[in-house]
Design a protein. Structure first.
Lengths: 209, 80
């Protein structure tokens, strides 16, 4: 039963810390509860991202691929409001997350913003794409360096970062990683954000020849 | 005739929920609208008006109606 600001007593208690954030409040919380995120990610990356999206109160999460039952149970325990799905979503997502070594932002089909994490060698990259309107991961040259795929702990950190950017997109807050990329050099813990220019000749998002 | 301000009875509630609920109630009100809050714990009677002022809301009065038992806080929404 709704009590205040369209939120039930249970929801007010569950999300109280987040409601207190000036950039969220009751309106932002209601927006998250009505939001739908789609996940294209396997393993720790996707699992951690899903856990944090659910903890923030995102109303529906659809995985492109199946996930372990334990993870789904954990997400459901964190947020009983969250509707979980697998496969093709029945409603259009508000944000899509594509996370993985070969992610390029092209596995989504709608117009929702896409949060993409990928890595090349030892550098992980986080971007937000506006389909057809902003630079994609393939607009960037691959970074240099010896290959050093991130381990499970790094996967968890990257999954959390993806959730942060997805929540920023859903709430319309923060400085979006659109035409910008956050690069993490994992072995050295160097973090850098830099501009990305959309390449007209990009094999993915450039003009068709 | 001016309508009396809305009242939010927060007796039995504790921090931080007193402030969370106050914020939710204010969010739904138009700028300039007034709200009366009732508290029965001293921590909230002290901290909620302070937090409201810090956020740019106008605390019109804080009245201890029953010593150590009931506080009435009158606030006007001064900021979205």
């Amino acid at each position: 039963m709704a009590t205040l600001g369209g939120l039930s007593e249970e929801q007010i208690r569950r999300y109280s810390r987040q409601i207190l954030l000036p950039e969220v409040g009751g309106r932002g919380q209601r927006r998250l509860l009505g939001a739908h995120a789609r996940l294209h990610a396997d393993g720790t990356l996707g699992e951690v991202a899903a856990l944090y999206l659910a903890a923030a109160g995102v109303g529906a999460i659809t995985w492109a691929n199946d996930v372990p039952a334990a993870v789904r149970e954990c997400v459901a325990a964190i947020n009983p409001d969250c509707r979980l799905g697998v496969g093709e979503p029945t409603t259009a997502p508000d944000v899509e997350l594509e996370l993985g070594e070969t992610a390029s932002g092209d596995r989504s089909t709608g117009s929702a913003p896409r949060i993409v994490i990928t890595w090349h060698g030892r550098v992980a990259r986080l971007q937000r794409l506006l389909p057809g309107r902003s630079a994609c991961p393939l607009c960037l040259p691959p970074p240099e360096g010896e290959p050093a795929p991130p381990g499970p702990a790094a996967h968890a950190a990257l999954g959390s970062l993806a959730a942060v950017e997805a929540l920023n997109a859903l709430l319309g807050i923060g400085e979006p990683l659109i035409d910008r990329v956050l690069e993490l050099d994992l072995p050295t813990c160097r973090v850098e954000t830099r501009a990305v220019i959309r390449r007209p000749d990009c094999p993915q998002c450039g003009a068709p020849s | 005739m001016t309508e009396p301000p809305a009242e939010l009875d927060l007796r039995g509630e504790v921090c931080p929920y007193t402030f969370v609920k106050t914020r939710l109630a204010l969010e739904d009100l138009p700028l300039g609208a007034e709200l009366v809050l009732l508290f029965d714990n001293p921590q909230s009677a002290d901290s909620v008006p302070r937090s409201l002022r810090r956020e740019g809301q106008e605390v019109l009065s804080v009245c201890e109606e029953s010593v150590g038992k009931l506080w009435r806080v009158h606030v006007r929404k001064g900021k979205e």
